[in-house]
Design a binder for this molecule. Structure first.
Ligand SMILES: Cc1ncc(COP(=O)(O)O)c(C=O)c1O
Length: 375
């Protein structure tokens, strides 16, 4: 296990050693940004660590309201509501939309937080083939008469794939369904202003599209949020047991959100730089003949044909000073992969080192393969 002994940036320190870090989700390098740290320290001094109370009782401060205002403005929405984690967001949304749907259609590779958000008493749920709008259409057609809700990740956490929301949206409209997009990895990354996957595909403003989002990845902080009309946020505040009965986001973390959002909005170039950098790595990895995915996102999987190989590659990188973990992560369909997470703060030298090591491992492994074949 990698035991961190300092902050997370493009490098980390673990067990007394410095590593080049291609893991986690700190895509914009905001997790330890000096302005964010300063805001947190100021908030700790003023508010302490935690209110130890739910937002619904006595856990709301001016900082929470300021953060919600800043998120609403960033999203171009009337209001936003923040809560303790992105993981909770799917539960909160499915709780308050209850009554508006009777059947849930889920991408078969959806994130664990989506699966565990399905209410126990939901009448019916069905998995559609991964990113397959045609299969989704078929299932919706076959289940006519139900009140359908479709739910998918925007960017898939492990593979960096972008859900084909343009196609899914057409199908959703055809069947008069609700669409929920878990945009944990797309907030601050995709779209002209970083608003996520619907913006990436230029989907129209449609009250039947909902996003669940997090500040814990590109924004470098912590905590989930949902934005939308004031009617929607009121439903959450007044009707979600998960929201009402869990401890509020700690105030210093709310301060981190405000600070990182300001940096994100003042520096739109960070996103384009990130996507370019990631694409450069993806292309190089593809050229080396590794199996990967082909999307302009900061998550690059290297898919291998056995867990031994994936673990072996990750270990080889680690021994040579680079962290890109072999992913043992809850998923319905396990894949043998390492996950390279790109940050805009990675330097050319770090990228070169990563690519050289990948090439070395590939060459070494292929020559082993050849030797085995010739025996
Ligand atoms: C797709 C997806 N949704 C939700 C979450 C949970 O977000 P958070 O870590 O903010 O609870 C994650 C985090 O890994 C994720 O990948």
């Amino acid at each position: 296990m990698i035991l961190l002994s300092g902050e997370v940036g493009n490098y980390i320190y673990s067990n007394g050693r410095k590593y080049s870090y291609f893991a986690g989700n700190n895509y914009l390098g905001l997790a330890a940004h000096p302005q964010v740290k300063e805001a947190v320290i100021r908030a700790v001094e003023k508010y302490g660590v935690n209110f130890a109370a739910s937002r619904h009782t006595t856990g709301t401060s001016d900082l929470h309201l300021e953060l919600e205002g800043a998120l609403a403005s960033f999203k171009g929405e009337e209001d936003a509501v923040v809560f303790a984690s992105g993981y909770q967001g799917n539960s909160i949304l499915l709780e308050i939309l209850k009554g508006s749907y009777s059947t849930i259609f889920i991408d078969q590779s959806a994130h664990a937080s989506i699966i565990s958000a399905i209410p126990a008493d939901v009448v019916k749920m069905m998995y559609y083939d991964h990113c397959d709008a045609v299969h989704l259409d078929y299932l919706l057609e076959y289940n006519r008469g139900s009140k359908p809700l479709v739910i998918t990740d925007g960017i898939f956490a492990l593979t960096g794939e972008i859900a084909p929301l343009n196609q899914i949206y057409d199908i959703v409209r055809k069947h008069n369904a609700l669409l929920v997009v878990d945009d944990a990895h797309a907030t601050g990354v995709l779209g002209a202003s970083g608003r996520g996957t619907p913006e990436h595909f230029n989907l129209p403003d449609d009250t039947n599209i909902y996003q669940t989002e997090t500040m814990s990845k590109a924004l470098g902080g912590y905590g989930g949020f949902i934005s939308g009309s004031r009617a929607l946020t009121e439903m959450i505040r007044e009707g979600s047991p998960t929201y009402q009965a869990s401890t509020a986001l700690p105030p210093p973390i709310a301060a981190a959100g405000i600070a990182s959002l300001a940096i994100l909005r003042a520096n739109p170039g960070l996103r384009t730089e990130l996507i370019e950098r990631a694409w450069q790595i993806r292309e190089a990895v593809t050229e080396m003949d590794y199996q990967t995915t082909h999307f302009r996102t900061p998550v690059i999987p290297i898919i291998l044909d056995s867990s031994e190989k994936a673990a072996g590659l990750s270990l080889f990188l680690e021994e040579n000073g680079v962290i890109a973990p072999y992913m043992k992560y809850p998923a319905r369909k396990a894949m043998h992969q390492i996950r390279i997470a790109v940050s805009v703060t990675h330097t050319d030298d770090q990228v070169s080192q990563l690519l050289e090591l990948l090439k070395k491992w590939k060459d070494k492994n292929e020559s082993n393969q050849d030797q085995k074949g010739s025996h």
